[in-house]
Write a protein that binds this ligand. Structure first.
Ligand code: ADP
Ligand code: ASP
Ligand code: MG
Length: 440
């Protein structure tokens, strides 16, 4: 069994949906995970924001715009009047549901329920299209098997159990379609796996079923060696080790959801990144192999805050770091980078929503300095310490960029630098030029 995930652009128009339908009907047994049509989740976020701000008129305008677009899609996607009508009715019920939040108290779970509608629409549309073509397909409801626990982490035993039972109950199918991104939480309310979470859905399914392969189909020919939105002359990387891919995803390579590689790595299921617009392109294979001595790619993660605690009294005193880290743990804020010196410690966080109480508590242990709008630049490859010279090469590339922190040695695969967001583009371009485009 293979798991294939198609992202927003891959199902972004009726024509693309037809292309996907062609790609997935090759007779092989598979589960197909679909995102919402591109732009839809953003529109749903906008709708929820307006309802939150009690601006029902603006929310209803966006809903009406979206509705018109979807009704045009129906006309374009299907030829049979009967299937058009069935799909229109399904979509209408979703738009009526969206309008129903006008004038009501709006909660966080309402927002999550609104955000889930994009995947519900796209999966129904593609399923109906396949059926109109005579294809036997089962629509697997993600809300019946995908669940997160009280910490927002996937509830793996539940997912394995539910998914297994559903597939067994409908075992006479070769093709299953399901929604990416959406799930339920422990209260039984609709929730999601965070933006870009359809990749995560595919990898969770793939690892639950110990699939043969997980394929992430998107709008580019695999993982590039740098962010193609920012840097000129990037090129696809043909193979990545799981750990390299996990680092790149976590540190900002948007092609993959930040934590989606973990379950595939634990289950040992290879992940292939493929291009829906060019299906025969080789893409990127992510597996256990490790190419010795090569730097693979660079990624960047924005919105980072650096915090430095300086304390002549405390440092080297046993337990100082534990006390500092405990404060972050208390406020459920994870730390990305850490560097230490004799007099203090610097660390970086990407979620600064609890920064006020964190800083209050840290001040008990020393002088605290904060730098906002920072960016982690992460260089990934076979960077173990026996491979002499790589860290010099990377640091040399950044010789013109002010660097706030450097982290090396935390894993065999990564060197990270903290720079100002305004220096990100120059830093990424300098690394590409030095490491990939002109390595001498
Ligand atoms: P999907 O909607 O299919 O999930 P995404 O927009 O989430 O697609 O991810 C694909 C995009 O990721 C590409 O179009 C590209 O602009 C961006 N991207 C950022 N960094 C990289 C990278 N290192 N390699 C490839 N794509 C990247
Ligand atoms: N539709 C969701 C989003 O836009 C999930 C995804 O596309 O992966 O974030
Ligand atoms: Mg994505």
């Amino acid at each position: 069994m293979k798991i294939l995930k198609f992202g927003g652009t891959s199902v972004g128009t009726p024509q693309r949906m037809k292309d996907v339908a062609r790609l997935i009907t090759d007779g092989e047994r598979k589960i197909v995970v679909l995102s919402a049509m591109s732009g839809t989740t953003n529109a749903l976020v906008e709708i929820a924001d307006y309802f939150k701000k009690k601006n029902a008129e603006a929310a209803n305008n966006v809903i009406n715009r979206l509705r018109r677009k979807y009704m045009e899609h129906v006309e374009e996607l299907y030829t049979s009047e009967e299937i058009k009508e069935t799909t229109r009715q399904l979509l209408e019920s979703i738009f009526i549901y969206l309008h129903s939040f006008s004038g009501t108290e709006f909660s966080e779970s309402d927002e999550k329920a609104i955000l889930a509608q994009g995947e519900l629409m796209s999966t129904n549309m593609v399923t109906n299209y396949l059926r109109s073509q005579g294809v036997k397909v089962f629509l697997l409801p993600a809300l019946d098997y995908m669940r997160i626990d009280e910490n927002g982490e996937p509830d793996t035993p539940y997912i394995n159990r539910q998914l297994g039972a559903l597939l067994q109950a409908h075992s006479d199918y070769d093709l299953y379609i399901t929604q990416g991104f959406i799930c339920k939480n422990r209260q039984g309310l609709i929730d999601n796996l965070q933006r870009g979470g359809s990749d995560y859905t595919a990898c969770l399914i793939g690892s639950a079923l110990r699939a043969e392969e997980i394929q992430i189909w998107t709008d580019i020919d695999g993982m590039h060696n740098n962010d193609p939105r920012i840097v000129d002359n990037t090129a696809p990387v043909r193979q990545l080790n799981f750990e390299e891919a996990a680092e790149l995803a976590y540190f900002g390579a948007k092609i993959l959801h930040p934590t989606c590689i973990q379950p595939a790595r634990y289950a040992g299921v290879p992940v292939r990144l493929l291009n829906t617009m060019d299906p025969s392109a080789p893409g990127t294979l992510i597996n256990n192999d490790m190419q010795e001595g090569s730097i693979k790619a660079v990624a960047a993660k924005d919105n980072i805050t650096a915090i430095k605690i300086v304390s002549s009294r405390m440092l080297l005193a046993t337990g100082f770091l534990r006390k500092v880290f405990e404060i972050f743990e208390t406020y459920h804020t994870s730390i990305d980078m850490v560097t230490t010196s004799e007099v203090g410690v610097s660390l970086s966080i990407d979620n600064s929503s609890r920064i006020v109480p964190i800083l209050e508590e840290l001040k008990k242990y020393g002088t605290v300095e904060v730098d906002k709008n920072m960016c982690i630049i992460c260089v990934v490859g076979d960077l173990k310490w026996g491979n002499v010279g790589y860290e010099t090469l990377v640091t040399d590339a950044l010789s013109q960029i002010p660097v706030r922190m450097i982290s090396y040695g935390g894993s065999n695969h990564n060197i990270s630098f903290l720079v100002r967001e305004e220096d990100k583009k120059a830093a990424l371009q300098a690394l590409s030029d030095k490491l990939f485009n002109n390595p001498n």
